[in-house]
Design a protein around this ligand. Structure first.
Ligand code: TXE
Length: 503
């Protein structure tokens, strides 16, 4: 079925506060992952639309960046309230476009308004520094908005990931052009009404729907973009960062991951299994911080594995809008093919498939991209399934005997986004956490987030941070003002015998 040929909803995109079609008139379908059927369509924007959107954003920036922090903060606070009132609509749209269970999306989206209120508060309370320049000089730093920033976002948490970039960008006074994922662009489009009702000036929030190679590449190469912030795969990150490098503009990238869940022998089997289940299978494993690798102490390995298998096999995998569903489909046929490919690779590499490893159909799952929660045991760290990002409901189990071995295994990947350490020995847990080369390490927890808590990877997992003051600052440039308060005449070339300094 072609949604664009039916009376299914045809979403416009948002440029300069207006709901518009692509210049080319082209549209493409959005697929419901639970059925494999198209249910709506969006415009297929390309370079021509990006040019118009950037021009609109420049006009929006002129107004928005001149408003006081108080004015900007009060509009963001209003947006937070309006979003809060409409959460149920956003939850339904996320469930439809991502296939993630309604209980998951309710829990996740309930927190999104906090980002707008948090960054509104940051804008209101941010204090510039006076630097210890010395003498008669007063030196202070001004944080200025960058201009028009390009936000390129993925499909796994469409609203949350956009919000993590958008709230600080707007709070700091920037205008944005968003290129949401071609797989799940609906909630970024819905957000436009929230901002318009909150009083955001036209042109500050623009959304151009389209593909990575079209609208995405045009946005990231545009000469008037002042920063690019991307969440996506590592290869996309490299391409986009290279473009930013050519133009000497800041780039922030939250890219792939292969997080380890490290379980020591003082953790109960039940707790270890519950921790891994959540870390590995929430969002059907499609999160950048997925616990894709379970590293478990050899003394409890067999018991934890047995429990994990039983619990994984008992997960209710089904229609995402059903309240009882615990895991939905993966997002697309492409993602499903990737999972199937890696499961075949794991078997070929000699890992032991102990749960799942197959597509699921029947009971309302026909046509959807459902895959069983999958566990590989006897995995060694050099296997591709242990090293490469699968981004699906697959976990690789490995055992360790010493603390040093656990750290070496956890650090033995090219990625460095996240990890979790589980132990009731807090001194050990802290020691291990601090030895892990990852941007985020949880102790006795996994996948916790807060708008104030810096989030971003080391190594091939990216560069830059989301959340917190550090992220707000990343959406600004600093101007250093050096004020000489002295009336004393200064004449460097006067041959008057006085001791002089110029630095
Ligand atoms: O990501 P892409 P895809 C990883 C995960 C997944 C893989 C591929 O391993 O299996 O990436 O997923 C836009 N210039 N993650 O294909 O292509 C694209 O249109 C400018 C991890 O969905 O990286 C989309 O809006 N933009 C991840 C965004 O980039 C380009 C989340 C991400 O898409 C572009 C998603 C280009 N040349 C996938 N090419 C995480 N960190 O959570 C693509 N895009």
């Amino acid at each position: 079925m072609q949604a664009s040929d039916t009376d299914a909803p045809q979403w416009p995109m948002i440029i300069g506060g207006k709901k518009v079609e692509a210049q080319s008139g082209k549209r493409f379908d959005i697929i419901n992952p639970a059925t494999g059927l198209a249910y709506c369509s969006v415009p297929e924007g390309d370079a021509a639309d990006i040019d118009i959107a950037v021009d609109a954003a420049k006009k929006g920036f002129d107004i928005w960046s001149k408003m006081s922090a108080l004015q900007r903060a009060s509009i963001l606070m209003k947006a937070a309230d309006i979003l809060q009132e409409r959460l149920a609509d956003f939850v339904d749209a996320e469930v439809l476009q991502t296939g993630r269970p309604i209980r998951e999306m309710r829990a996740q989206l309930a927190r999104t308004p906090e980002w707008y209120s948090y960054f509104a508060s940051v804008a209101r309370t941010y204090e510039s520094k006076v630097h210890p320049f010395g003498g008669d000089h007063v030196n202070y730093g001004r944080r200025l908005a960058l201009g028009v920033v390009g936000l390129v976002t993925p499909w796994n948490h469409p609203l949350l990931i956009l919000t993590k970039k958008l709230a600080p960008a707007l709070a700091a006074g920037n205008a944005v052009v968003v290129k949401p994922s071609e797989v799940a662009p609906i909630t970024p489009l819905m957000l436009a009404d929230v901002f318009s009702e909150a009083g955001l000036p036209e042109g500050v929030y623009n959304v151009v729907t389209g593909f990575g190679a079209g609208a995405g590449a045009a946005l990231t190469a545009h000469r008037d973009i002042a920063k690019i912030d991307l969440t996506g795969g590592t290869e996309t990150g490299r391409k986009v960062a290279a473009l930013a490098g050519e133009r000497l503009i800041p780039f922030s990238g939250e890219l792939g991951g292969k997080a380890s869940v490290i379980v020591f022998d003082d953790v109960s089997v039940d707790r270890a299994a519950a921790a891994t289940l959540f870390a590995s299978f929430v969002a059907a494993g499609q999160t950048c911080v997925q616990g894709a690798r379970l590293l478990v102490h050899e003394s409890i390995h067999d018991a934890v594995l047995e429990k994990l298998i039983a619990r994984a096999n008992a997960l209710v995998v089904g229609a995402p809008d059903d309240e009882s569903t615990q895991m939905g489909p993966v997002v697309s046929d492409r993602q499903l093919a990737t999972v199937e490919k890696y499961v075949a690779i794991g078997k070929d590499e000699g890992a032991r498939l102990v749960a799942g490893g197959e597509r699921l159909s029947g009971e309302g799952r026909d046509g959807g991209y459902f895959y069983a929660p999958t566990i590989f045991a006897d995995v060694s760290n050099d296997m591709r399934i242990a090293q490469e990002e699968i981004f699906g409901p697959v976990v690789c189990v490995m055992k360790f005997s010493t603390e040093a071995e656990a750290v070496a295994l956890a650090n033995g990947t090219d990625f460095g986004l996240a990890a979790s350490v589980w132990s009731s020995n807090i001194a050990r847990a802290k020691r291990v956490a601090e030895d892990i080369e990852a941007g985020i390490v949880w102790i006795n927890d996994h996948h916790r987030i807060d708008p104030s808590s810096p989030w971003g990877g080391f190594k091939d997992s990216g560069i830059g941070k989301e959340n917190g003051i550090v992220c707000y600052e990343g959406y600004t440039r600093m101007q250093s003002i050096v004020l000489n308060t002295s009336e004393e005449p200064f004449d460097w070339f006067a041959e008057d015998g006085k001791q002089k300094r110029y630095s």
